[in-house]
Write a protein that binds this ligand. Structure first.
Ligand SMILES: *Cc1c(COP(=O)(O)O)cnc(C)c1O
Length: 752
């Protein structure tokens, strides 16, 4: 496999014909002859910009000759050294290992201060050694560096794919050959490329190790990742965090166990409740007037409060053991609210012995002290719990550089109790395919290796800076429009630092702050992760009351989608975007300009056929409707039905369980259910999980009884979808059927 990591030469004379350039050109030619690419830059001034290139280079050769140091006056030498130091610091901020050579014809190392010298791999003094000799020396160092880059599994996989052995094992496409036998297969092969298919192998290849038994190079990579993420144990999972969550649960929860769960958890946790037959006791997060989900108040993380909840629960008394088996918290809620894990460990660590943090959105936090204590598992400065094992499940693919379904389980042992990884693996096997996708394992391996310090910190800091820059940019636009015009708000602290990310304390949710409106929050218990930016549209005032005009998020996000911007999640008057380590300035600046464009089009009330031709082609009924008018129609519909209050109420309403989720599931499997319209739901027990999209957060779990608020909401959705085709809210769990040209919605309910 040939990689392209050029040798980068920075020398003002590189392209000049004079004698002082000839030495470096000879070296370049000699390196080129050995098959290495050379990229030459002639400017010494902006070296810090080159630091950005460090991930593409195999080494740097930096000239320190007369041209760089000017006339040699003390001032010019000082400036040159400052530039050089800045460059080296820029490279080392993210990469300790890439070789940097200084190259001098007239100057030698004695001109260079120690703090620069110690970061170097060599000093080349030309005209004493031959160009060939120097080239070989440089290449040897560059090669050593590149050879050390690939983490264990990825390395083994590359070697295996490069080795053209005939194999009889599955998959049956035999390294991609099967695809070549038909035209569509050829297309597939050409699209994905030979390597992806050659590297798609089965677990019978011994030299790659076994994911399911954690042996060989796979095990080495898991250990490498465990070290990088500060975990005692780490398991790669190739079926997403949905599966990671189920693995953690099945390793410790069985039928009839009491479990403590964040009410706004991911559906995979609810699936785990159904599968294990657990008795769920829910902790209720707060919600603010925008419908943004806040934290579960700290007061709920207390054994006495939880015991009282268990005592009040209609089914929990059936449990043999009244002590909860597990606590699962969504760590980083959809809007980016984090919990102080040390405080949770302190209050619950000796009451519940498995604390599970669903960190699908938080794999980056371990790499920057900005997030100190605000994620599940940290370094040695974070004390272990006495008795509780700490689990974190992370979607590598959501915020780091993993491909879809790349996920991992991290475990921190307690002082008194260690994970028995053999027993744990039984649960791992229960949920894992026996044919794992090796490209996903490789991406777990790479995603971890990329975060090796100091690179991890630099990457996270960059995302944070971009995220705060975006907030500043939005603020500036708002100020320019002034008080009498409208603009979007980015939800978060009022005060933003002039530059950089500011103090961690600025992002803590404080009791005095009125921006979050979650009411009383214990100091230091919660923090907003700046990399999630919730953008709030006009429409609701600070009390959650409707303003006279408004821009429903569903219209805005459709508009953005037609302009090539797809957002992560949509609420009623808000939507959010994420600043992953894949963020670029271009991307977020386009968001700012697109929002400007939207504002212009909205203010002029331009017709939809001009603004969203693709959408109008599908839904001609909007052809002549103005953008502002459409927003107003939907806004009025929300207002008449008081839908902001309804959606908040339904998520915090006490929904009473009539039976265990697993019991409702049993009835569905046994067909002891019936399908009724949403007009007949009063008092019925759902057999389905009911989840409205947006926001995609489960509203009801099987076994719960419909209440008036939820029924009101479902009827509203029916009416809304009828009136605004193309902007429908999809509710998972409802079955839609056309009856006399009108859509009717049904739900499967338990026959009691
Ligand atoms: C996305 C998500 C999951 C599931 O992760 P996948 O990798 O998509 O399976 C679990 N929990 C939360 C909170 C999530 O947002």
């Amino acid at each position: 496999m040939k990689f392209h990591f050029p040798v980068i030469i920075i020398d003002e004379d590189f392209r000049s014909e004079n004698i002082s350039g000839s030495g470096i050109r000879d070296v370049a030619e000699a390196i080129g002859k050995q098959g290495y690419d050379i990229v030459g830059f002639t400017s010494f001034g902006d070296l810090s910009a080159f630091a950005q290139q460090a991930s593409r280079a195999s080494c740097f050769i930096v000239s320190i000759d007369d041209d760089e140091f000017g006339s040699g006056s003390a001032q010019e030498v000082d400036q040159a050294l400052t530039d050089l130091r800045q460059f080296i610091k820029g490279v080392r901020r993210r990469n300790n290992d890439i070789p940097i050579f200084l190259y001098g014809e007239t100057r030698t190392s004695q001109h260079i201060p120690n703090d620069i010298l110690r970061e170097l791999h060599g000093f080349i003094h030309m005209f004493e050694d031959t160009a060939d000799f120097v080239a070989k020396y440089i290449i040897r160092e560059a090669k050593k560096y590149l050879d050390g880059l690939a983490p264990p599994f990825f390395k083994a996989l590359m070697n295996y794919a490069a080795d053209s052995s005939y194999s009889w094992h599955s998959p049956g496409h035999s390294g991609g050959v099967a695809f070549l036998k038909s035209p569509v297969g050829q297309m597939f092969h050409q699209f994905f490329g030979e390597n992806m298919l050659r590297a798609d192998v089965s677990s019978s290849v011994d030299e790659l190790g076994q994911l399911l038994d954690h042996t060989g190079p796979v095990a080495k990579s898991e250990q490498n990742a465990a070290r990088i993420f500060n975990a005692d144990h780490l398991f790669f999972v190739t079926n997403g965090t949905s599966t990671s969550n189920k693995i953690v649960w099945h390793s410790t929860v069985a039928a009839g166990d009491i479990v403590i769960v964040d009410r706004n958890c991911h559906k995979s946790i609810l699936h785990a409740i159904i599968m294990t037959g657990a008795i769920p006791i829910f902790l209720m997060p707060t919600r603010n007037h925008y419908g943004i989900i806040g934290p579960i108040p700290k007061a709920q993380f207390c054994p006495e409060v939880i015991k009282a909840k268990i005592a009040a629960h209609p089914i929990a008394s059936q449990a043999k053991d009244q002590t909860p088996r597990i606590l699962t918290i969504t760590q980083s809620t959809y809007d980016g609210v984090l919990y102080n894990v040390e405080q949770i460990k302190a209050t619950l660590g000796s009451y519940i012995d498995t604390l599970h943090f669903d960190e699908a959105w938080l794999p980056h936090a371990a790499f920057h002290d900005f997030y100190q204590n605000m994620h599940a598992i940290g370094g040695n400065e974070r004390p272990r719990a006495d008795d509780a094992l700490i689990f974190a499940t992370q979607s590598t693919h959501k915020l780091l550089a993993g491909i879809s379904q790349a996920s991992q389980i991290l475990v921190q042992d307690a002082k008194q109790r260690h994970l028995d990884s053999h027993r744990f693996n039984e649960s791992y096997l229960m949920h894992s395919s026996t044919s794992p996708q090796y490209a996903i394992i490789a991406s777990c391996d790479i995603a971890a290796a990329m975060m090796e310090q100091p690179g991890g910190r630099a990457l996270v800091e960059e995302s944070l800076i971009e995220a705060v820059d975006f907030r500043r940019a939005m603020r500036k636009v708002d100020q320019e429009f002034g008080e009498h015009d409208w603009w979007f708000q980015v939800w978060g602290p009022q005060a933003l630092p002039e530059q950089g990310i500011g103090q961690r304390e600025d992002w803590l949710l404080d009791q005095q702050d009125n921006w979050h409106n979650f009411g009383k929050i214990e100091p230091g218990f919660n923090m907003l992760d700046p990399i999630k930016a919730t953008i709030v549209n006009p429409g609701l005032n600070s009390k959650g009351e409707f303003e006279s005009t408004g821009i429903p998020a569903t219209v805005l996000t459709k508009y953005l989608a037609e302009h090539g911007i797809v957002v992560e999640k949509t609420g009623l008057y808000s939507f959010f975007i994420m600043f992953t380590i894949g963020i670029t300035k271009g991307r977020w600046n386009s968001m700012v300009t697109e929002l400007q464009q939207f504002k212009d089009d909205y203010d002029q009330n331009l017709p939809l056929w001009r603004l969203m031709p693709e959408f109008v082609e599908q839904y001609p009924c909007y052809e002549k409707v103005g953008l502002k008018d459409l927003c107003q129609q939907i806004h009025t519909m929300y207002q008449c039905n008081n839908i902001s209050k309804v959606t908040t109420d339904m998520y915090v309403s006490d929904i009473s369980p009539a039976m265990l989720p697993s019991e409702a599931w049993r009835k569905m499997a046994h067909r002891e259910v019936e399908r009724v319209t949403i007009d007949e739901l009063d008092g019925r027990v759902t057999a389905m999980m009911v989840t409205p999209y947006p926001p995609g957060i489960p509203l009801m779990v099987p076994g719960e009884r419909f209440n008036a608020t939820i029924i009101h909401y479902l009827k509203f959705i029916r009416e809304f979808n009828q009136q605004f085709p193309g902007f429908e809210t999809y509710v998972h769990g409802l079955v839609k059927k056309e009856v006399n040209g009108k859509a009717q919605y049904y739900v499967d309910v338990v026959i009691e």
